[in-house]
Design a binder for this molecule. Sequence first.
Ligand SMILES: [Zn+2]
Length: 469
Amino acid sequence: MPDMPANDDARFMRLALAEARAAAAAGEVPVGAVLVKDGLVIATGRNAPIDRHDPTAHAEVVALRAAAQVLGNYRLDGCSLYVTLEPCAMCSGAMLHARLARVVYAAPDPRTGAAGSVIDLFQHAQLNHQTTVTGGVLAEEGAELLRGFFKERRMNPHPLREDAVRTPDAAFDGLPGYPWAPHYLSDLPALDGLRMHYLDEGPPLRQAQGDRPLTWFCLHGNPAWSYLYRKMIPVFLASGARVVAPDLIGFGRSDKPKKEGAHSFTWHRQVLLEFVERLDLRNVVLVVQDWGGLLGLTLPLATPGRYRGLLVMNTTLATGEAALSPGFVAWRTMCAQNPEFDVARLFARGNPQMNAQECAAYNAPFPDRGHRAALRAFPPMVPEHADDDGAAVSRQARDFWATQWQGQSLMAIGQQDPVLGEPVMRALRASIRGCPEPMLLPQAGHFVQEHGAAIAESAVRHFADAASG
Ligand SMILES: [Zn+2]
């Protein structure tokens, strides 16, 4: 065995600590490693499971792989690995496979350490004939890095990405008719650290899957946010159901990428697919309108078993086959020419029943131009041609609804909508298997949820009857 002087151990461990700090800067748990042969660092590694989408991307494995490439040999005879935290069973196993001469670690890991803390693979005579272990080299530095990282994460669980902005919480204080507590997640793979907001109200989940309540999964469009569902949510909740209503990234209380180019049909769809999986939504009635439908109507074909109902309002599937309607093109032109248009006024114009505070609430997420990238990005994102992003999956969705949909459906149409009104909706209805005659709302415009209490009441009855019948 090579016998390293203790000061060399400290020197190499400092290099491993630098790797750990780099991991922390990238949002990974700070563990770092260096691999040394003949007194020279031949490879480094830092923890990277989040970035690489790889549960095995521990610092030690990353360093072992890099060293094996350098040496052109899967056996790392005569090498020493320095790591800032006691290795886990996986990494210890990899070291034994590599026939590493020596492993030196800093802090012990009382939760998963496999070099003595929880188990000791290195003392197992049947497993190990090569690798010697030295623990506790610069242990305090290694431990302090981890403590600081987790403390910071507790205080700030969803750090804001540099390429995004976040509407201050105060903007959402005391909005009329919107008393619900925010929920956040930022660790869906597609979010890459962006913080997504959602409402999640209703009965706590019971263990037995058969006891799951109906879940109304409400998707808003552009330029709205989950506030749009405030008149429907109480009706759903009163029926004993659960309500989940996310804000799309770029809207509401969700983070807002600074660049319009961050938004794409496929990416938003992927976020929603991962969101449904993460929350494990089942027994879902999908509630959609506008972009909530363009995106949302493409979700059930991915996991049809999760959905048992569809409540569809003023939306469409943009399959890229037919020309976009003149009404939509006019809207897209308006957005391009007046990117600072007043969202509150847009709502006020079609909804004389709304008071000024309710209208103003629609402006709350967008205090300035920098927060409005999604508002600029979405209108041009509607698939227009057959090969546009989102068009192919929209065609798949149309076929799914027409031929494979097994659930119950209900359609409500705001008849004052000049863009996605009755003609568009009747065409959509024709491609939804078993969709009954729609509920017509003569007073309602595009944002039909502003007349949503009556729709929600009908829907609760409709889906209760469907469940019992
Ligand atoms: Zn490990």
